[in-house]
Design a protein around this ligand. Structure first.
Ligand SMILES: NC(=O)c1ccc[n+]([C@@H]2O[C@H](COP(=O)([O-])OP(=O)(O)OC[C@H]3O[C@@H](n4cnc5c(N)ncnc54)[C@H](OP(=O)(O)O)[C@@H]3O)[C@@H](O)[C@H]2O)c1
Length: 219
């Protein structure tokens, strides 16, 4: 999805800074876009979970462009382990399924141990927050700065709709409470979403949807 987002934005005339953790894969993606006749795409390395990496990206954008018009937070993980047999055969089989069948198949063939749930919160929620905080000052130099967080239908949680006193601290606290309850087997008694699986993904995406608003509240 990230590649397609970059392709469409570059096609509509924007200069795109494409990021990836892996420099080789990121540079390859830029080459592919340039090969499609889109020269205004540049690469910068970014691991969204590393504040120093986000700071380096912000320095790069500041020195090269002086401002940022749109930040798209697309990077995200499902936070599960999957027993992979023949990866190509699995991909082929999944391609023939509709979205619900796909999700059901993946759910049956994956597990979500605590370390993966933690990685999911660290990447999807904390990582998105780290990058947004680092780039927010540059968005403020734009006359139409905007942040787009790629979420999921799974992020629509009634449980988090009415958080009182919305703030980054409150979201961090909820992320910690969730992981503590996950570790202690207390998700269901404490009202976290467990039906249909992927509780860490659902909570991480729901918290992510509140980052922008909570940063605006505290700036
Ligand atoms: N696919 C769907 O049906 C669907 C539905 C709803 C929402 N979404 C959301 O849409 C977004 C894109 O999904 P996708 O299906 O395109 O997933 P994907 O193919 O797995 O792509 C996710 C990308 O995030 C990157 N990433 C993961 N951790 C990172 C980190 N710490 N720092 C920097 N990059 C990191 C991955 O990089 P590497 O290549 O280095 O791992 C990968 O390129 C995600 O936020 C996902 O939750 C997807």
């Amino acid at each position: 999805m990230g590649f397609e987002i970059c392709r469409q934005l570059a096609s509509s005339g924007l200069t795109v800074v494409l990021t990836a953790r892996n420099e080789t894969r990121g540079a390859e993606a830029v080459d592919r876009l340039r090969g499609l006749g889109l020269p205004d795409v540049v690469f910068h390395q970014l691991d969204i979970t590393e504040p120093a990496s986000a700071a380096r990206l912000a320095d790069f954008v500041r020195s090269k462009f002086g401002r940022l018009d749109v930040l798209i937070n697309n990077a995200g993980i499902l936070g599960v382990t999957m027993e992979v047999g023949d990866e190509a055969a699995i991909k082929e089989m999944l391609a023939d399924m509709d979205d619900m069948e796909k999700l059901e198949w993946i759910r049956k063939h994956t597990t979500e141990p605590y370390d993966k749930a933690k990685e999911c919160l660290i990447t999807n929620y904390h990582g998105t927050k780290i990058v947004t905080e680092a780039l927010l000052p540059l968005l403020q130099f734009s006359s139409h700065g905007r942040v787009v967080n790629v979420s999921s239908d799974f992020g629509l949680l009634r449980e988090l709709n009415n958080i009182d006193s919305l703030s980054v601290q409150r979201l961090d606290e909820l992320s910690e409470f969730f992981l503590k309850d996950f570790k202690n087997g207390q998700l269901e008694p404490h009202g976290w979403p467990t039906e249909g699986g992927y509780p860490a993904y659902k909570v991480s995406k729901a918290l992510t949807m509140l980052i922008r608003e909570s940063l605006q509240t505290s700036t």
